[in-house]
Design a protein around this ligand. Structure first.
Ligand SMILES: [Zn+2]
Length: 303
């Protein structure tokens, strides 16, 4: 059994899983005292589980230093976790050895292990939410790179050289245009009555001009990001996940159409998939990592 904790932007999801299969799950909102609340919720899960977990997996929404067990950089997300030794925290709180991973990487591992892209050896994931998270697996190996930055910064590929500076330091990143935080900013600046992505999509569907402009821009930014991921990693499968994908085909359809229109002419046209249980992707991936039982385990995975 594995204790898995996903420190999301708005919610901390927890689960006790058995090699990728959820046994019990819980969630606590992000806010004051949430680390303590997460520890208490995890203790309750462990107490209720049929067997004690023997390892822990922790995901964070940013760049991780896996060796040091720390979140290195997430900009505005989870600022209190920055620099905190989460491996030491898990040891002190639960007495468990822990692995730490970027949330998008964990989600992709969850989807290729047991989810919507089960068995895929070449896949990319794009998670659309507060930010834009990405990850890639090539030849069955989850990409991490020399310094743990590979594959996960797809939301910070430039899609508009004339757009403002992103909080990461780069110019015109997709996330700075089409992350939920950027869309909320743009809706507020334009004084529109709608306040978030869900309302923007509904208002655009109803013909609202401002909402339509912002929606179409966001769809192009998500589509351009997916094209760049395909150009970079040559996947068979593109997994679309995250809270914004609750909109389903209203987002997936235009993104897929954009990719088919703009992808390098001879490139393989990948299949697109949306997880049935996106809330479990990260926890499943963490469970696999923590158990060290990834079916295509290699020297570059699970260390
Ligand atoms: Zn950026």
């Amino acid at each position: 059994m594995e204790l898995c904790i996903d420190f999301g932007g708005s919610e901390i999801k927890l689960g006790v899983l058995d090699r990728g299969e959820p046994v019990r799950t819980a969630a606590v909102p992000v806010g004051e005292g949430d680390l303590e609340a997460a520890a208490a919720a995890a203790a309750a899960l462990i107490a209720a589980a049929p067997a004690a977990p023997d390892a822990a997996g922790i995901a964070v929404p940013g760049v991780v230093d896996r060796a040091a067990g720390r979140l290195v950089k997430a900009h505005d997300k989870q600022p209190r976790l920055g620099g905190l030794d989460l491996v030491a925290w898990a040891d002190a709180a639960f007495g468990l050895p822990a692995v730490i991973e970027n949330d998008a990487r964990a989600a992709l591992l969850g989807e290729i292990s047991a989810g919507s892209a089960a068995g895929a050896r070449d896949a990319v994931l794009m998670t659309l939410g507060t930010g834009i998270g990405t990850a890639a697996v090539m030849d069955g190996v989850l990409l991490r790179g020399a310094h743990d930055h590979a594959g996960i910064l797809g939301g910070h590929l430039t899609v508009d050289l004339d757009a403002p500076l992103c909080n990461c330091g780069n110019v015109g990143c997709a996330e700075s245009i089409a992350g939920a935080w950027a869309i909320r900013r743009d809706l507020a600046e334009r004084g529109d009555a709608v306040a978030d992505v869900k309302e923007m999509l509904a208002a655009a569907e109803a013909g609202d001009a401002v909402a339509t402009t912002l929606r179409d821009r966001a769809l192009r930014a998500w589509g351009a990001t997916a094209v760049s991921l395909c150009h970079a990693y040559d996947p068979d499968v593109v997994v679309l996940s995250g809270g914004i994908m609750r909109a389903g085909a209203a987002v997936a359809g235009p993104v897929e159409a954009y990719v088919r229109e703009h992808l390098w002419t001879s490139s393989h046209r990948p299949s697109f998939t949306i997880p049935d249980r996106p809330d479990l992707s990260v926890l499943r991936g963490l469970s696999v990592l923590a158990a060290g039982n990834h079916p295509r385990r290699s020297a570059r995975v699970n260390r």
